[in-house]
Design a protein around this ligand. Structure first.
Ligand code: C2E
Ligand code: MG
Ligand code: MG
Length: 587
């Protein structure tokens, strides 16, 4: 088998023989012949020449025309053509070259010239073929990679759901095509980081897949469902026409999470926050729609786990307020503007101040006193609460140490601890440090936690509570009854006292159902050997009612509002006196 195919196009068959006779046999060629341009053109595909020797002067289709025709064919445009001509006029040679010929040989053909030109053209031809093959492979690879990349961009590898880009593309399409109304729902799993750190990457990835499958099984075919971020999913629905039906849909989605996910040997409960927006007008662009759902999500998250919000335009204002508040807090922290106030917790039997609850205060230079209910949630969202909480704790312990030195040695101090602080890995070591520095008796320090701390991460909460208890630190469950109403599980948590929220005492004179709950909670405390403190006592009748129920401790404006540290020394004896006087009047 010959390696190289050379086609000779010449009306004179003798010229074919001349070429054959003169060509160097080491070229290992196969020579083909065509008597005219038409014959050559029709034989190209079967011969597949590597080189063409083309006579310029032919009857019918001329060499120049033949050359042009061959070069106009896509697959033959790169074939080298050597023109064989008896003419030496420069003008004709120029015509040949501009018709696409690569070179020329003059007749009568000289053997050295023929072999030199043929060999050099073949060399170029093979180099070109190699380049072509390389390019083709390169193109294949690029195409493969582009498909892979497109798949990665548009399909989430873990869940095989469409990605964030898919939803953006689809959203743009629906807005442009006015397929309205549409609802965009962002679904963000709560505290996935905690799950990941407790169960590891493999289990948490399996959980992500299980979540996606549970959601997918619930959706309609026309709904687009994507994984938009690590623990976030996006739903684009077009069957929602009103806010009410959107709320219904959201609640149905939330109900899907009532049951745990069985991942291997674990049963994992999961909640999620949902932000949604309902779009009826085509005037919005993709980014605005996504922004609206994210804004709603941000507010839902700020309200705590398992919440949802539907976008309304005033939400932008509330986010702006939050951002403004955030920077004002940063500034106030820098300028040491915060203060600690103290409110007594009183022994209802003796009227003595048993403990002082430390409550943070922000005396704002322009706005006056800002309530902690305003700045604490913001600090919790930004994480500032961790250092702030420690600052309050340090201040409160220093205050107790001072009071101890002044002779108030049976007093305790109570400090609120946020759920976020429970996630802080250095919590225990920093508390140890404060105890060491202030030299207070750890059993005179009480830390108030809320039910949410215990519910969000019970395993971590129990272990930290046990660590604190092993240091003799007291634990109070604050705002008891307002959260998950956890009478059923309370015995599992080693707390020393329950602080019953003031909503249960508010209407005690009206004998509402809350009063019976209050009775039950006080009884429960007694049975479990846990002290009960009732918050928010404002009137003598409330106090009387609590004394009748045998409640041991109370806190409220009746005894004192929270006061600055400078007034503690006046407060301590006066609460006692007021109590003794009033108790003797009521008797
Ligand atoms: P809390 O820990 O349940 O504190 C009791 C709240 O009830 C205080 O509100 C107190 O001023 C108020 N209060 C006490 N007695 C009465 C009463 O008789 N009537 C009425 N209407 N209210 C009464 P405050 O100081 O505004 O604090 C609100 C919440 O902010 C606190 O609730 C606590 O959850 C949080 N907080 C305050 N300081 C801190 C802190 O340093 N760290 C953390 N994490 N949270 C804090
Ligand atoms: Mg408290
Ligand atoms: Mg409370």
């Amino acid at each position: 088998m010959k390696d190289v195919s050379i086609l000779v196009i010449d009306d004179e068959p003798n010229n074919y023989d001349v070429v054959d006779a003169l060509l160097d046999k080491s070229i290992n060629y196969q020579l083909y012949y065509a008597a005219n341009g038409e014959a050559a053109l029709s034989s190209l595909d079967s011969i597949k020449p590597d080189l063409i020797l083309l006579d310029i002067m032919m009857p019918g289709m001329s060499g120049i025309e033949t050359c042009k025709k061959i070069k106009s064919l896509r697959i033959w445009k790169n074939i080298p053509i050597i023109i064989v001509t008896a003419l030496t006029e420069k003008q004709n040679l120029t015509l040949c070259l501009s018709a696409g010929a690569s070179d020329y040989i003059c007749k009568p053909i000289n053997s050295i010239e023929l072999n030199a030109r043929v060999k050099s053209m073949l060399r170029i031809r093979f180099q070109y073929q190699q380049l072509e093959a390389f390019n083709a492979r390169l193109e294949e690879i690029v195409e493969e990679r582009t498909t892979q990349l497109a798949k990665r961009i548009y399909i989430d590898e873990l869940t095989q759901l469409p990605s964030q880009f898919s939803i953006q593309r689809e959203l743009a399409h629906r807005l442009n095509s006015k397929i309205l109304p549409l609802a965009l729902i962002i679904f963000d799993c709560d505290q996935f980081k905690r799950i990941e750190s407790s169960f590891g990457k493999i289990i948490s990835n399996k959980l992500r897949v299980a979540i996606s499958e549970r959601l997918k099984s619930y959706l309609n075919q026309s709904d687009l469902f994507s994984r938009s971020a690590e623990d976030e999913f996006c739903l684009l629905l077009n069957s929602i026409h009103s806010k009410n039906s959107l709320i219904k849909k959201i609640q149905e989605i939330q109900n899907l999470f009532e049951h745990p996910f069985n991942i291997g040997e674990f049963k994992i409960f999961m909640t999620a926050c949902i932000g949604a927006t309902l779009i009826k007008s085509p005037d919005l662009n993709t980014n605005t729609v996504l922004q609206q759902a994210s804004t709603a999500m941000y507010l839902a998250k700020s309200k705590g786990i398992g919440n949802y919000e539907i976008f309304e335009s005033q939400m932008y204002q509330s986010i702006l307020n939050r951002v403004t508040l955030e920077s004002a807090i940063q500034k106030a922290l820098k300028h040491n503007e915060f203060a600690v106030y103290y409110q007594p917790i009183v022994d209802l039997n003796t009227g003595k101040v048993d403990c002082l609850e430390a409550l943070a205060r922000w005396p704002h230079p322009k706005r006056g006193m800002i309530s902690p209910s305003e700045f604490i949630p913001c600090m919790e969202m930004t994480g500032l609460i961790i250092s702030f909480g420690m600052l309050i704790l340090r201040n409160a312990c220093q205050q107790l140490s001072l009071l101890n030195k002044q002779g108030w040695d049976s007093l305790s101090i109570s400090v609120n601890l946020s759920a976020k602080q429970f996630e802080y890995p250095n919590l225990l070591s920093e508390i140890d440090d404060i105890l060491l520095q202030t030299q207070i008796n750890p059993s005179c320090l009480s830390l108030e936690i809320t039910e949410s701390v215990v519910m969000e991460d019970p395993i971590n909460a129990i272990s930290i509570i046990q660590e604190l208890r092993s240091r003799q630190i007291q634990i109070s469950l604050d705002d008891f009854g307002t959260g998950y109403s956890s009478l059923a599980y309370i015995h599992r948590f080693p707390v020393n006292s329950l602080k019953i929220d003031r909503t249960f005492i508010e209407n005690v004179e009206l004998h509402t159902s809350e009063c019976y709950v209050l009775d039950t909670m006080i009884e429960l405390g007694k049975k479990l050997g846990i002290s009960v403190i009732v918050e928010g006592i404002e009137s003598e009748s409330q106090l009387e009612y609590l004394c009748k129920l045998g409640c041991k401790y109370g806190q409220g404006y009746l005894f004192s509002k929270p006061i600055p540290s400078s007034e503690i020394e006046i407060l301590l004896p006066s609460v006692n006196t007021h109590y003794v006087e009033n108790q003797s009047i009521s008797k």
